[in-house]
Design a protein around this ligand. Structure first.
Ligand code: BG6
Length: 454
């Protein structure tokens, strides 16, 4: 009998072999999952479990640990849109479970299939509404605008209790994003200066060097605003701008994040949309597509703490480097303003990827017989000290789901308000500028805002 059963719908897709199977293998190897764990991978193709795993290993660019996976994974051939096929699946799950088994039903499928599969899962009796040992997990996108997201959500509430639903934003599983509240609230030096009297601006940046990696069908309908800003960047923004929560239980934290999203305003004069040169030649992209692969915008959080502080959000594909980070820039000191020296502002850097850590940029005198000044960075680098041991976001998310911890998952009202924000921006949608390199975009941003986003 199994203590944990994970059923993956869409088990031959890219999320499964790139993220889920590697995370499950690592967790199992580190004894972080129960010894009695069964992963049931559902797919349409006829495979034995060994053939399935070999296939996944061939598709994956990183090495899959087949030795570990073959201990826990069973492939089950099934047409997931066929309600009649669910009886066999139910029998299979029942043959593995006892009264306390934790069951995760992971929908690694496109949102167009959410309603049908949710219906089948419910009608077949696989997941019973209100049974908290059974959870259902969804990956973004939750719709493409506020009204489609509402429709998906209402459908989910027909079949499942909110407490059973886990909506994934994988950025929340990243080490330094989990660390934001700790850095803010457990360090006097930051807590004291976290407001509009000392913070000059906040930059939230997520840059990628890859293009759309064969995801034309999804990406061309989505674009960077929906793909990155609606989810990952707004989640980072709310953690930076939120007030101290009543407690660190999931709902109290979310209540504060929701207040931020409720006070979020977008400055439409600041919007820059770009499309990388060559996007139109990507396989399956229509040759007149106006989809943006780059977004820059300025937003304001109109709370007493942050009123007047610009939040610059920037995200794009085919840029100079792969990097996600948050830069909190502080005001100059009054002395600093008087001196005619090449001084920098202080900056707190929250580095999310590929390095995780914290940096603090300070002014310092150049050592020795000179009066020159230099900018120095105090750096705490997490993966420098833990070579090879970096915990991937999906490992943390799976462990939290198994343990019923919901803080790192998004609640419906967060998603609702994020879509509202995106819908507002969409009203100002314009044709994207075509960019060949990042410097062209940086120059446009500088012209428009005087800000250096490098
Ligand atoms: C996903 C987006 O949510 O995040 C992708 O759909 C994007 O388009 C990815 O590439 C970036 O994630 P990470 O963890 O590589 O920064």
């Amino acid at each position: 009998m199994m203590d944990l059963i994970i059923v993956i719908f869409g088990s031959t897709g890219d999320l499964t072999f790139r993220k889920l199977l590697p995370a499950i293998a690592r967790l199992y190897r580190k004894n972080q999952l129960p010894e009695q764990t069964k992963v049931i991978a559902l797919g349409r193709k006829k495979f034995s479990t060994d053939e399935y795993l070999e296939n996944m290993a061939n598709l994956s660019s990183a090495k899959l640990d087949l030795n570990t996976l073959s201990k826990v994974v069973s492939y089950h051939q099934m047409e997931i849109t066929d309600i009649l096929a669910y009886q066999n699946l139910l029998d299979l799950v029942n043959s593995f479970k006892h009264e306390q088994t934790r069951e995760l039903y992971y929908l690694a499928i496109g949102p167009e299939l959410f309603p049908e599969i949710s219906n089948h899962i419910n009608v077949s009796g696989l997941v019973k509404i209100g049974n908290l040992n059974q959870s259902i997990i969804f990956e973004k996108p939750f719709g493409h605008d506020l009204s489609s997201a509402k429709a998906i959500n209402e459908m989910l509430w027909n079949y499942f209790d909110e407490k059973q639903i886990y909506r994934i934003d994988h950025y929340l599983g990243k080490e330094m994003i989990q660390n934001i509240m700790m850095v803010r609230f457990a360090n006097r030096i930051f807590e004291e200066i976290w407001h509009n009297r000392t913070i000059k601006n906040v930059k939230i940046i997520s840059k990628e060097t890859d293009g759309i990696l064969g995801r034309a069908g999804y990406y061309d309908q989505s674009g960077a605003l929906r793909d990155m800003i609606q989810s990952h960047l707004l989640q980072m923004l709310s953690l930076i701008a939120m007030e101290v929560p009543l407690s660190y239980f999931s709902d109290d934290v979310k209540n504060e994040k929701v207040k931020v999203l409720n006070h979020l305003h977008f400055d439409h004069d600041s919007l820059i949309l770009g499309q990388y040169d060559g996007y139109l030649n990507e396989h399956n992209i229509p040759n007149d597509s106006k989809t943006e692969t780059f977004v820059f915008l300025r937003a304001y959080v109109n709370t007493p703490r942050f009123k007047g502080v610009p939040f610059y959000l920037m995200s794009g594909k085919k840029l100079d480097t792969k990097e996600s980070l948050i830069i909190i820039e502080f005001e100059e000191t009054s002395e600093q303003r008087k001196w005619d020296l090449p001084l920098s502002t202080n900056k707190l850097l929250i580095k999310i990827d590929p390095k995780d850590g914290v940096g603090l940029v300070l002014n310092s005198k150049v050592p020795g017989l000179t009066d020159n000044v230099e900018q120095v960075e105090l750096e705490y680098c997490i993966n420098c000290n833990a070579v090879g041991n970096k915990t991937e976001a999906y490992e943390k998310l799976i462990i939290d789901m198994v343990g019923h911890h919901k803080t790192l998952f998004t609640r419906w009202d967060e998603i609702e308000l994020s879509w509202h924000f995106i819908d507002t921006i969409k009203k100002y949608q314009k044709d994207p500028v075509i960019y060949k390199n990042f410097d062209e975009l940086l120059a446009m941003i500088k012209d428009l805002t005087k800000e250096d986003m490098k």
